[in-house]
Design a protein. Structure first.
Length: 578
């Protein structure tokens, strides 16, 4: 079986001392990769944590020994990020806790530079950060500035830009707001003294919206083609946030929830949402597609979803999300603090699970899909094993054997119309004498309930809506999940697609070109399926439409693989087959 590039276990490890965070990669002028990261021999924020670099000459397959940017004997230093200017000089910018306050989120903004592609580093310099109201009101009264940076600096018109939060407390990370650090004359500076630094916006208050809570942190910034600055960050509202500036950072729009092109808000826990601009001018957005409001350190950061963005009228239109990376074990810590790399027409992503970091080659067809969703309208035939209809109440028909869900998957696509949505009325079932297969019934609030079983009783997850996966364990024979409430209407022909991805162990639904996300009643619309599911085929493989099904299935297709979101969307745009 071909390796699934989305499975993080197939990624290439990045070296560390033990704890590892924010593995950010720049391509140096010699064509090598220079990775900067935060590491230490213990856990996060413990003694001897420091910032280092490593070099790869083979696009992440192997790495050099770690190179100290700061020695582990220095005060705790963390959250290094990097940028390379056209001359080839590489800069590493990081948080240096020179005041000895016991927090890894505070101190001065320090930087060093390298003129030999990361092999050696200059003396330490400081970025002057303007003292503001948030600093004066912090727990140290402004004697220490509490902040950190997850942003990858961007260059524009000779300046460098990176976003940061300023925070009230360097460890609890409560009550924070966004700021922009801009360094003018950065690209051509021969010496750091030639750089002019600005802390923006103007005035004493940063970028925040109290309607989305007190947490506005992990800002990252990209520049749109006409010069608009676009900043995103995490919140505890269950949604990522964005703000824009049309005047080079001096003033900003009121931060708001990020939204898809159709206006639906995107979802993300208190986990790093990362935006990136490719050389083709299009964007990727890394997030987790669930609205759990807390830290999301466990299952809520797994899987990773990515949306493609295109510019329009000084804004970004975000498409429907696609799974980019997953850990097949939903009980382990998820992945975060990513970076994207582009070189010679190929793309990679990096991530960390705090004790291991990896780089991953991205399937280029996945990116083509997310970047072209707004134009795709061709029917996808690859993998079709059944294509028939129409079917009305009581119809029976034989279906082909579905793949094992031990690494395989299937997709059920229907163009379907309901004349009524009567609760508990069967729609379609493939369950036979051995009670294996799937079953679809009408459920409350204009939803459909999907059930699936391979006939075995196992102790596994029923739902994962919280930070403690073990709390969701129960004995279950039949997996079940419903579509979002009120997603279906009577008298309308819906494009309804059920995707069962046996590799990632994720089941998802799309209705009329939209990936269901739980709307306002659930944290997520997708769901894990039983890790051990295998064969769901009953002996006779007969499908039956409910005897009293109030409606009509105009067309039904089965695929012997999971369809990507972008493929489903293309089918929707292609319309009901004639």
């Amino acid at each position: 079986m071909t390796r699934d590039l989305r499975n993080i276990n197939y990624g290439a490890p990045i070296p560390s001392e033990n704890y590892v965070d924010q593995p950010y990669v720049v391509v140096t002028n010699d064509g090598n990769w220079l990775c900067v990261l935060t590491t230490g021999p213990g856990q996060e924020s413990q003694e001897n944590q420091h910032v280092v670099a490593s070099i790869s000459k083979d696009q992440g397959k192997t790495w050099s020994a770690l190179i100290d940017i700061e020695k582990s004997t220095e005060p705790i230093n963390s959250w290094v990020t990097a940028v390379v200017v056209p001359s080839g000089r590489a800069y590493a910018i990081y948080c240096y806790n020179q005041d000895g306050i016991s927090s890894m989120h505070g101190g001065i903004m320090a930087f060093r530079y390298s003129d030999d592609n990361g092999l050696t580093w200059s003396e330490r310099f400081q970025v002057p950060m303007r003292l503001t109201k948030k600093d004066r009101e912090n727990i140290e009264g402004g004697k220490t500035q509490f902040w950190w940076c997850i942003d990858k600096p961007v260059l524009y018109n000779g300046s460098v830009y990176l976003g940061i939060p300023k925070i009230h407390n360097g460890w609890r990370l409560d009550d924070d707001e966004g700021w922009l650090i801009r360094g003018d004359h950065f690209v051509d500076a021969q010496h750091p003294d030639e750089i002019t630094w600005h802390t923006l916006p103007d005035g004493d208050v940063g970028i925040f919206n109290p309607e989305l809570g007190l947490i506005h942190e992990e800002q990252n910034v990209e520049v749109l083609s006409e010069g608009t600055l676009y900043m995103v960050n995490r919140t505890v509202s269950g949604h990522p946030e964005f703000a824009t500036s049309k005047d080079n950072g001096h003033t900003w729009s009121k931060p708001a929830k990020m939204y898809y092109a159709d206006g639906r808000p995107m979802k993300n826990p208190r986990a790093c949402p990362r935006m990136w601009k490719a050389s083709n001018g299009k964007f990727l957005f890394w997030f987790h597609n669930n609205s759990y409001p807390g830290w999301g350190n466990a299952n809520n950061r797994n899987p990773v979803w990515v949306s493609g963005g295109i510019e329009k009228d000084g804004d970004i239109l975000w498409g429907e999300p696609e799974i980019l990376l997953y850990d097949p074990d939903p009980t382990v810590m998820g992945m975060s603090y990513p970076d994207f790399i582009e070189q010679n027409g190929h793309y990679w992503a990096t991530e960390t699970q705090k004790m291991v970091a990896r780089s991953h080659k991205i399937d280029p067809t996945l990116l083509v899909g997310v970047w072209n969703q707004f134009d795709a309208n061709r029917r996808v035939d690859n993998g079709v094993i059944f294509d028939a209809g129409p079917f009305s109440a009581g119809a029976t028909f034989e279906i082909p054997q579905l793949p094992s869900l031990n690494g395989g998957g299937f997709t059920l696509e229907m163009w379907i119309e309901f004349s009524a949505l009567w609760e508990d009325h069967p729609v379609l079932t493939t369950m036979g004498k051995r009670r294996k297969g799937f079953n679809i019934t009408i459920a409350p609030n204009h939803t459909l309930k999907f059930e699936m079983t391979d006939g075995q009783v196992r102790r596994w997850f029923d739902i994962l809506d919280g930070p403690n996966p073990a709390a969701s364990l129960k004995s279950t024979r039949i997996w079940n999940w419903t579509t979002d409430e009120w997603a279906l209407q009577c008298g309308k022909i819906h494009h309804l697609v059920w995707v069962v991805d046996g590799a990632s162990k994720v089941s998802s639904f799309m209705v009329d070109g939209k990936l269901l996300d739980g709307a306002t009643t659930r944290t997520q619309g997708w769901q894990w399926i039983n890790y051990y599911f295998e064969d769901i085929n009953d002996d006779d493989r007969i499908a039956k439409v409910g005897d009293r099904f109030p409606g009509k299935i105009y067309n039904l297709r089965l695929y012997n693989r999971y369809l990507r979101t972008s493929e489903v969307l293309s089918n929707y745009h292609a319309g009901l087959p004639k």
